[in-house]
Design a protein around this ligand. Structure first.
Ligand code: HEC
Ligand code: HEC
Length: 406
């Protein structure tokens, strides 16, 4: 196993401390509304473009919390969308955020693990991106990453592993962007109050605004629940729903709530807890250990009880985001059900051999169960009713360069 991977994410975070500090400091210095706008014309323009963003979600779906210093505007979301799909954001201009986050796969990538521009593989599976504004913590196992504005510093500038590998190349990055008339227009439209909007703070704010606009709330199951359309899901899916929310499978304990995860925060809920769980995926040599490059929350806290604890991802769009788990080590939904039915995965040989069901750090909710073939099919039918086909076809989230500039 590559030594890169065994390096702690704490180290990675500390290598980013200066950038995070820079962001904080820029945020403090950012000219607020008090700064007069350059001209009356710009002011009228600015008002139009700073128009508040209108959320697209069904009634009853909670509103996300938005950071006070980065309110949603149409112009910011638009700029962020361009940046998300722009390969200029990587060292050799070969990868954009969208290289590992494809709309057709609910912004995951279909790979076990991705490879960054320098050819180094990431130890973890590319996460699907939707309803991000509700996630109280970001990435598979980090309890300290709480802001989208900060999370993206990892793919952009992180070195363990390098992804887009722009470490130390901020000036080069903004030179590339400044040269584009498109960005001259879009950065100014998004941040009309700035003398010079070509800063890391503004780039992260625009990208985060686009990320927050990725709302997925129109699955068949949503139409069944929010629009009370009883025919939106099949009888099989309805039986699967009952199983999902039963004490037999216990799925709902960790994947419950409107976003199908217990890791959720929105307006009107005072969520502070940060739940991470060990589902018994590994048990190296019976010690409870997970592979050294993926020890979960333990990687950050070094507390024994945090071994193998990961965030329970949302199960929305789960049909589209195989392979599964933090390391992409389960290929199909059928195999995921087998893993839980067995109360943990058994690996018979090789370096990862061990009986996951006896992992001492495993959650008590992963206790195993017996389902008939029909019941397993029902559970999967329910999971597939969480697929939002309009989300993966939404033109507002698609590649803006697809026909035009590139
Ligand atoms: C080389 C592939 C790759 C690239 C390029 C990439 N990502 Fe990711 N992304 C990942 C992986 C892998 C994870 C999981 C990381 C982890 O758990 O440590 C992830 C996780 C995330 C998450 C966390 C989602 C959640 O629910 O917690 C967000 C947000 C995200 N990426 C946004 C971005 C943005 C924005 C960019 C561009 C600036 C980007 N990614 C570029 C692979 C990539
Ligand atoms: C104790 C909490 C817990 C329970 C109970 C639980 N899960 Fe999970 N689930 C998790 C965690 C944590 C992960 C990520 C684990 C990892 O990657 O190591 C996960 C991952 C998954 C994934 C893969 C997600 C992805 O994006 O790769 C699926 C699918 C899933 N669970 C379905 C279920 C179903 C179905 C049930 C009920 C049979 C269930 N879970 C019960 C916590 C739980």
């Amino acid at each position: 196993m590559n030594v890169y991977f065994s390096k702690s994410l704490v180290l990675l975070m500390s290598s980013l401390t200066s950038l995070v500090a820079l962001l904080a400091c820029q945020a403090g210095e950012a000219p607020a509304q008090s700064t007069p706008l350059p001209s009356a014309q710009t002011s009228a323009q600015a008002t139009a473009q700073a128009e508040a963003y209108i959320w697209k979600m069904p009634e009853g779906f909670p509103k996300p919390k938005i950071p006070a210093d980065n309110p949603m505007t149409i112009a910011k979301v638009d700029l962020g969308r361009h940046l998300f799909y722009d390969k200029r954001l990587s060292l050799d201009q070969s990868q954009s955020c969208a290289s590992c986050h494809l709309q057709s796969k609910a912004f995951s990538d279909g790979l076990r693990v991705p490879t960054g521009v320098t050819g180094v593989a990431h130890p973890r599976n590319s996460m699907a991106l939707f309803n991000l504004a509700y996630n109280p913590t970001l990435t598979w196992n980090n309890h300290q990453l709480t802001q989208l504005e900060t999370q993206m510093l990892l793919p952009l500038f992180g070195e363990t592993p390098p992804e887009m590998a722009m470490t130390g190349l901020e000036n080069e990055l903004f030179k590339r962007l400044r040269e584009q008339p498109l960005y001259q227009q879009k950065f100014k439209a998004a941040f009309p109050q700035d003398q010079d909007p070509f800063t890391l703070l503004r780039l992260t704010q625009a990208l985060a605004s686009f990320e927050r606009s990725m709302i997925s709330a129109n699955s068949a199951y949503d139409r069944y629940v929010y629009a009370e359309d009883d025919s939106a899901i099949s009888l099989s899916a309805k039986r699967g729903e009952a199983l999902f929310f039963s004490e037999t499978t216990e799925c709902f304990h960790c994947h419950g709530g409107f976003n199908f995860t217990d890791s959720s925060s929105h307006t009107g809920n005072a969520f502070t807890e940060r739940p991470f769980h060990n589902t018994g995926l590994y048990n190296l040599g019976g010690t409870g250990a997970y592979p050294a490059d993926n020890t979960g929350l333990y990687e950050l806290t070094h507390l024994p009880e945090d071994m193998g604890r990961f965030r329970a991802p949302s199960l929305r769009n789960i049909e589209l985001t195989a392979p599964y788990m933090h390391d992409g080590s389960i290929a199909t939904l059928e195999d995921v059900i087998e893993h839980y039915a067995a109360g943990g995965r058994t690996i018979r040989s090789g370096p990862y051999a061990g009986v996951g069901s006896t992992n001492p750090y495993k959650s008590g909710f992963v206790k195993g169960f017996k389902l008939t073939e029909q019941e397993k099919a029902d559970l999967i039918a329910f999971l597939k009713s969480l697929t939002d086909h309009s989300f993966i076809q939404d033109p507002a989230l698609s590649d803006p360069f697809a026909q035009s500039l590139k």
